[in-house]
Design a protein around this ligand. Structure first.
Ligand code: B12
Length: 286
C-alpha cells in the first residue's frame, strides 16, 4: 500500500489534486490507515496514472474520470462490465451489448466539446481497443462491433454539419487503406469549420481520385496515411493529383504521413488540423 505522498511521486499529480479527483469524481476510493491516512493499492495507482496521462493530454478531468472509472485499465488483464456512467469503449466492446456501446459513445460525445472527444478521448480509447485486440482480450468481432459503432457516431456528426458550399475538399484513404475512423472525425471537424468536405472514405482507387477531383473541381485533398503499406498508394495519389491541371494540393495526416513527399503535413489532433486547413482555404492557399 502507498501513502498519498508516494502516490503523488509515482503519478506526478499533486496531493491536493489527488484528493480533488477522489472527492469530486470518485476515481478511486483509497483505504484508510488506523490513524486515518489514505492508503492506495497498485490497481488504484494504475488508474490514477491513466487519469493523469489523459488530463496531461488535454482531456477534461470530468471526462477522464468517467473514462477510467470502473474501466478495464484496472489490472490491464481483463475486461469488466461497464459500470454506470463509465466511458470505457473496450469493456463495452467486450460486452457485445449494443445499448451499452451506444450509451458509452453517446455519453462521451455529450460530456464535452466535440473537439475534445475526437482529439483526446477517441484516439486514447481506439488505442486501448487495438491493444485489447492484439493481446487477445477481445476478438476481431468485438473490435469490429465497436469500430462500426464509432463510425456510425462520427458519420452522424459529419451529416449534422451540413456543407455550406464553397470550394470542395476531397477527404479519403488511398487504395488498400482501411483505417478511416480518425479521417472521418477529421472530415466532421472540417465541415464544422465551414469547409465543403467531400468524404470519399476508405480504399479509394487511384484513378477515382483523379476523376473525382476533375469532376467536382477540387483544388485540395486530404489523405490519411496510416500503415507502412499505405505509403506507396498514398504517394501515387499525391503525385497524380499534383500533375493535374490545375493541380490539386494534397495534405496528409496519420502516423505514416512523414514518409510522403510533395504534400503538406497535418498535425495529429484532427480538430486543430481541420482548423488549419480551413484557415488556409480562407486565406486563398489551396
Ligand atoms: C479499428 C482498427 C481497424 C479497423 C478499421 C475500421 C475503420 N472503419 O476504420 C479494421 C478492422 C478495418 C482494421 C484493419 C487492420 N488493422 Co487495424 N486497427 C484498428 C484500431 C483498433 C483503431 C484504428 C484507429 O482508428 N486508430 C486511430 C488512432 C487511435 O491512431 P493513429 O493511427 O496513431 O492516429 C493518430 C493520428 O495520426 C491522427 N490521425 C489518424 N488519421 C488521421 C487523419 C488525418 C487527416 C489527421 C489530420 C490525423 C489523423 O489521429 C490519431 C490521434 O493521435 C488500431 C489500434 C491503434 N492503436 O490505432 C488497429 C491497428 C492500427 N490495426 C492494425 C493492423 C495490423 C490491422 C490489419 C493489418 C489487421 C489484419 N491482419 O487484417 C488490418 C489492415 C487494414 C488495412 N489494409 O488498412 C495494427 C497496426 C500495426 C502497425 N503499426 O503496423 C493496429 C495498431 C492494432 C495493433 N495494436 O496491432 N483495423
Amino acid at each position: 500500500m502507498y501513502a498519498v505522498k508516494q502516490v503523488s511521486a509515482l503519478t506526478g499529480v499533486s496531493e491536493a489534486t489527488l484528493r480533488v479527483w477522489e472527492r469530486r469524481y470518485q476515481v478511486v476510493e483509497p483505504a484508510r490507515s488506523a490513524a486515518g491516512y489514505r492508503l492506495y493499492d497498485d490497481d488504484q495507482v494504475a488508474v490514477l496514472r491513466v487519469m493523469a496521462a489523459l488530463v496531461n493530454n488535454g482531456v477534461p478531468a470530468s471526462l477522464a474520470a468517467r473514462t477510467v472509472r470502473g474501466s478495464a485499465v484496472r489490472g490491464h488483464t481483463d475486461t469488466t462490465p461497464v459500470a454506470d456512467g463509465s466511458l470505457d469503449l473496450v469493456s463495452a466492446a467486450a460486452e457485445l451489448n449494443p445499448e451499452v456501446l451506444h450509451a458509452v459513445l453517446n455519453d462521451a460525445f455529450a460530456a464535452t466539446d466535440f473537439d475534445d472527444v475526437v482529439d483526446c478521448w477517441l484516439p486514447y480509447e481506439l488505442e486501448r481497443l487495438g491493444d485489447a485486440w492484439q493481446s487477445g482480450r477481445i476478438s476481431v468481432a468485438q473490435e469490429h462491433f465497436a469500430s462500426a459503432a464509432v463510425a456510425r457516431h462520427l458519420s452522424a456528426h459529419f451529416e449534422d454539419a451540413r456543407p455550406q458550399g464553397g470550394v470542395p475538399v476531397l477527404v479519403g484513404l488511398p487504395q488498400g487503406g482501411r483505417h478511416e475512423l480518425m479521417l472521418l472525425a477529421f472530415a466532421a471537424c472540417l465541415r464544422r469549420a465551414g469547409v465543403n468536405a467531400i468524404y470519399l472514405g476508405a480504399d479509394v482507387p487511384l484513378d477515382d481520385w483523379k476523376s473525382v477531383a476533375s469532376e467536382v473541381g477540387a483544388r485540395a485533398a486530404v489523405l490519411g496515411v496510416h500503415l507502412e503499406s499505405d505509403v506507396e498508394a498514398a504517394q501515387s495519389v499525391v503525385d497524380q493529383l499534383a500533375a493535374l491541371s490545375p493541380p490539386v494540393a494534397v495534405r496528409v495526416g496519420g502516423r505514416s504521413r512523414h514518409k510522403i513527399s510533395g504534400a503538406g503535413l497535418l498535425e495529429d489532433r484532427v480538430s486543430l488540423a481541420a482548423a488549419a486547413v480551413a484557415r488556409d482555404l480562407r486565406a486563398g492557399a489551396a
